[in-house]
Structures are given as structure tokens and as C-alpha cells.
Design a protein around this ligand. Structure first.
Ligand code: ADP
Ligand code: MG
Length: 351
């Protein structure tokens, strides 16, 4: 039998991104005792002694998949590449201290362009108090690729994993969501207008907030610090990179729970509503499936309700249920729907 016969190959689309990660994870159980979390959370966690841990997380950004240089300024891209990784460190309730940045570049980039990228990297390092520790540089034949790894530290007992949610816990989200996706729609629209008629200048007027959320997101360092001050430790946490629906399902799957959330409790900026109307997409769809918000989704015990209500920019949007209940949303009109995970699956058949 020919092992290479096409019928023996399985298309990646049959697994999807998350299925593929599960498959890899199944083959690599950590063998070192200091590793308390390997594959499967926002960052890996390993003990460094005296009750201290380090957190490490990595992300790969690929031109044409994650960003489009026709409307993303390189300084913003440098900033965002760092921030999306720091967000994963905060999502473990750890504090980042270092990054490495690796680039694959083609000749079309100038020294000035790379300087601009690193200005963004530097700005993020300054704002979040992290050091650029190294990286790697390669040539590329197919666009720009950016790989950033972030490292953080924390106390073992303070680390928050995705899998700690308990029935009756409150489900909390920071800030408003759907804005980064709405901003992307505006940038894509202006790009297609420009391609049809280069005389027309982009019109981003009135949409500065959502465009900013897409081009220059922030990690919720502030909320992590405020939770610490308020003496609230979440039971489970994840950052919102794929979209609330997908990320809540991850958290519930790992915690072996269900959840109910309420549309009326979810913060959505008015610019998102305006854009949703213009593009004829429900604002709720943008909020649930948009992704790239880099807000935090976490759960806390019911008895800290008063304390959590005092923390700025944290909203209680629902509660954790038994696994048998599933993961559902109650809409403003009283509908009750299972949350479909439509996060960005890079291997979707249609792509
Ligand atoms: P996030 O969105 O928080 O960055 P991902 O969905 O990218 O998380 O990854 C989930 C988990 O899978 C993480 O623990 C990550 O390190 C791991 N992971 C992703 N891709 C791979 C891979 N190719 N090999 C090993 N682990 C991976
Ligand atoms: Mg994450």
C-alpha cells in the first residue's frame, strides 16, 4: 500500500486550529516536574523555586493573515506585536518582564521601516516595563513574519489558569468588546475604496476609537493591578483574542462547566453599533465573534460580588453553570441561544 497516497492524507481543515493544538498537546505531556502548565493555556507556567513561577507565551504574526501593511503603520505593528503577548502573561495573573522579537524580512523593507517597527516595540516596552532580551532575524520570500515571545513572573499560588471556574462563579469581562473587529471593517472598507480610486483619501472620521482598538490595542495591566489591590483573585482567566464566544467556551471546556451570559450586560461602544448597522451585521455578532479585543475574561466567586463591582472597567456579564447546561447567551429580547464558537479558525475550509 502506498502510504503517500492522497487518500491517506487528512486535510488540516478537518481538525481546525484548536483540534490541531489538542492533537499536538496529546503527544507532549510535560516530563519536567517544574512545569505546572504546558500547552493549553494563555502561557506555560514553570516553577523557578521559592514559590515563584515564570510564565512564557509566544505568538506569530504573518503578513496577509494577521496584518495588512497597506493600512497598518509599522510603529503600530511593533507595539501591537508586543502587547498581544503581554496580554497572555497578564491572563495568567503574572507580571511580564521580558520579550524576544524575531523577524523574517524581505528586501522591500528599508532601514527606516524597521526603525519605525522598533519604535513601536520600544514604546510598548516602556509602557509595560519589559525588556527586549533578544530575538532572531531572517530573510523572507513571502512577506513579513513577526514572532514575539513574552516572559513573566508570579507567585505560584496567585497564578490563574483557564480551568478553575466553579459553578455559581460570576463571569466578568473588562472594557467593551467588538471594537477591534469593527475597526478592521472600517480599515478594509477604506482600503477597497482606495484601490478602486487612489485619488480618494481614507475617511476614518468618527471611527477613531474602533480604529485605534484595531491598530493599537492595550493589555489590561491596569485591571490586573486593581484586582490585586481589591484582593480579588479570579478562579479562571483567559484573554479575549479569538472572541468572547470562542474564549468563553475554552474557559468552560477547560473548567468542565457551562455558563450563561446576558447580552444586556456586555459593553459595546456606540461606534460599534453604528458600524454594525452600516455593514448590516448584528453588533452582538461583532462583540461575540470579533476577536482581537485583548480584554480579560475571568470568573470570580459569587461572594466577592461587591468588591468586584467596585473595580473600574470590570463588568459582570453572567455566571458559571453546571457543564450539562452548556454555554448560552440570553439576548436583550429574551432569546436563549447556545454560544457558537466562531473564533478565527485559520484552517477553515472556505479560506
Ligand atoms: P492564545 O490565543 O492565548 O495565544 P493559542 O490559542 O494560540 O492561545 O494557543 C493555545 C495553546 O496552544 C497555548 O498553550 C499555545 O502555547 C499552544 N500552541 C499553539 N500552537 C502550538 C504549536 N504549534 N505547538 C505547540 N503548542 C502550541
Ligand atoms: Mg490568550
Amino acid at each position: 500500500m502506498n502510504e503517500n497516497a492522497p487518500q491517506n492524507f487528512t486535510p488540516l481543515s478537518s481538525l481546525g486550529e484548536f483540534g490541531l493544538i489538542d492533537r499536538i498537546k496529546g503527544n507532549f505531556t510535560p516530563r519536567n516536574a517544574e512545569v505546572s502548565k504546558g500547552i493549553g493555556d494563555d502561557a506555560a507556567i514553570y516553577a523557578i523555586g521559592n514559590g515563584e513561577v515564570h510564565a512564557v507565551s509566544t505568538d506569530l504574526l504573518v503578513e496577509g493573515v494577521h496584518f495588512d501593511l497597506s493600512y497598518v503603520p509599522l510603529a503600530h505593528l511593533g507595539y501591537k506585536s508586543v502587547v498581544v503577548n503581554l496580554s497572555d502573561i497578564y491572563a495568567m495573573n503574572c507580571v511580564p518582564f521580558g520579550i524576544t522579537v524575531s523577524l523574517a524580512l524581505s528586501n522591500r523593507f528599508t532601514v527606516e521601516a524597521i526603525d519605525a517597527f522598533y519604535q513601536g516595540v520600544k514604546k510598548a516596552c516602556e509602557f509595560y516595563g519589559v525588556d527586549l532580551l533578544g530575538g532572531d532575524t531572517s530573510s523572507s520570500r513571502s512577506g513579513l513574519m513577526i514572532s514575539v515571545t513574552a516572559m513573566g513572573r508570579g507567585r505560584a499560588e496567585e497564578v490563574v489558569y483557564r480551568n478553575g471556574a466553579q459553578v455559581n462563579d460570576l463571569v466578568c469581562v473588562t472594557g467593551d468588546i467588538g471594537a477591534a473587529y469593527a475597526g478592521l471593517q472600517i480599515l478594509e472598507r477604506e482600503k477597497s475604496v482606495f484601490l478602486k480610486n487612489p485619488e480618494i483619501q481614507p475617511d476614518l472620521g468618527g471611527f477613531d476609537y474602533v480604529v485605534g482598538r484595531q491598530l493599537k490595542p492595550e493589555a489590561r495591566k491596569d485591571v490586573i493591578e486593581e484586582l490585586r489591590t481589591a484582593n480579588v483573585r479570579p478562579t479562571a482567566m483567559i484573554d479575549l483574542s479569538d472572541g468572547l464566544a470562542s474564549d468563553l467556551r475554552h474557559l468552560c471546556r477547560d473548567s468542565n462547566t457551562g455558563a450563561t451570559i446576558y447580552e444586556e450586560k456586555i459593553m459595546v461602544d456606540h461606534q460599534v453599533h453604528t458600524i454594525a448597522e452600516e455593514f448590516q451585521i448584528a453588533a452582538l455578532t461583532m462583540a461575540l465573534n470579533g476577536g482581537e479585543d485583548y480584554e480579560l475574561l475571568f470568573t470570580v466567586p459569587l461572594d466577592v460580588f461587591e468588591r468586584i463591582s467596585m473595580v473600574k472597567d470590570v463588568y459582570v456579564i453572567g455566571h458559571i453553570e453546571d457543564v450539562s447546561a452548556g454555554v448560552n447567551i440570553v439576548t436583550q429580547s429574551g432569546g436563549f441561544f447556545p454560544l457558537e464558537a466562531q473564533g478565527w479558525n485559520h484552517f477553515r475550509e472556505s479560506e
